[in-house]
Write a protein that binds this ligand. Structure first.
Ligand code: F6P
Length: 325
């Protein structure tokens, strides 16, 4: 039997495009005679029972808005058996048969816990970190790269004027997907990733070789999870200032990357995945993460994706090494 009531929540770090996904869940649900309920503030709101009925007009005018209109939290309680039991009870008490969880790997671990308690759950891959297995790209990643690129392009201008090195730290927690994409598209001279640790001296040698070839600027994209991030590199450069002979500056992009207006790719992806989640639940397919693989919607068991990390694309890594001359 397809569900008649479905709840939707956003969880973990907000990502541009989450609102477009919420909109798609509500509208696809309504089109299939499913009542959709919003859960406020992620799993914390679920445990506390903060539900609200959402109709098609309630999600008007949000497709272009960053963040999440439902609110989001990182919910420690959801890691406990007690929290998970309360979450499942809150749904059951309202006759809500299924739940859509829009979020990254921590959030999908929460989704899996509920699935294991018998709740019909569909996850939607959404994190700027783009590190979820089961999808080539997750909601928010493309816009976050755009934001990083805008910063890198501007920094290159001032770097070249002063012949300086800029260390640009990007988010990504303990993975380098965002940094690799930003570095590749931003034409970085070096990209430092948690998956590919580089000695600071190696990075310095790369930059000096570039200056020797006539470059006037050097951009190093550093993933926040690579060693101690940009500051770790800067400390090394500082203690060898005389020998290295270049000036450096640090820009930490931080949460700025989460606030970009969702670009076309993210709005499309979010709309497709939102509708796909409703379709999956309607077809009795639960306990899965909806993502995109080779351009097509893919449903992967939550057990295979939750709390796991997608490996970096080896071809992109090779390409980055090839073109950063
Ligand atoms: O997972 C998304 C992300 O932005 C990571 O890139 C970053 O490490 C983390 O969230 C920051 O978390 P918070 O918003 O809790 O500071």
């Amino acid at each position: 039997m397809p569900p008649t009531r479905v709840a939707v929540l956003t969880s973990g770090g907000d990502a541009p495009g989450m609102n477009a996904a919420i909109r798609a869940v509500v509208r696809a649900g309504e089109a299939r005679q499913i009542e959709v309920y919003a859960v406020r503030d992620g799993f914390s709101g679920l445990i506390a029972g903060r539900f609200e009925r959402l109709g098609v007009r309630d999600v008007g005018g949000i497709i272009d808005r960053s963040g999440t209109v439902l609110g989001s939290t990182r919910c420690e309680d959801m890691r406990t058996a007690g929290g998970q039991a309360s979450a499942a009870e809150q749904l059951a008490a309202r006759g809500i048969e299924a739940l859509v969880v829009i979020g990254g790997n921590g959030s999908q671990a929460g989704a899996l816990a509920l699935a294991q308690r018998g709740v019909a759950v569909a996850g939607i891959a959404s994190t700027i970190d783009n590190d979820l297995p089961g999808t080539d790209v997750s909601i928010g990643a493309a816009t976050a790269v755009d934001v990083a690129l805008e910063a890198i392009d501007r920094l290159r201008v001032t770097a070249a004027s002063h012949k300086r090195v800029f260390l640009v730290e990007v988010m990504g927690r303990d993975t380098g997907h965002l940094a690799l994409a930003a570095g590749l598209a931003g034409g970085a001279e070096a990209i430092v990733l948690p998956e590919r640790p580089q000695e600071p001296e190696m990075v310095a040698a790369t930059l000096l070789a570039g200056y020797a070839r006539g470059k006037r600027h050097a951009i190093v994209v550093v993933a926040e999870g690579a060693g101690s991030g940009a500051r770790g590199l800067a400390e090394h450069f500082d203690s060898h200032r005389q020998r290295l002979g270049f000036e450096w500056r640090i820009t930490v992009l931080g949460h700025v990357q989460r606030g970009g207006t969702p670009n076309a790719a993210d709005r499309m992806l979010a709309t497709r995945l939102g509708a796909a989640a409703v379709d999956a639940l309607g077809a009795g397919q639960a306990g899965v993460l909806l993502g995109i693989v080779d351009g097509r919607i893919a449903a992967t068991p939550l057990a295979a994706v939750a709390a796991r990390r997608k490996p970096l694309d080896a071809q992109l890594l090779e390409l980055a090494g090839l073109v950063s001359r």
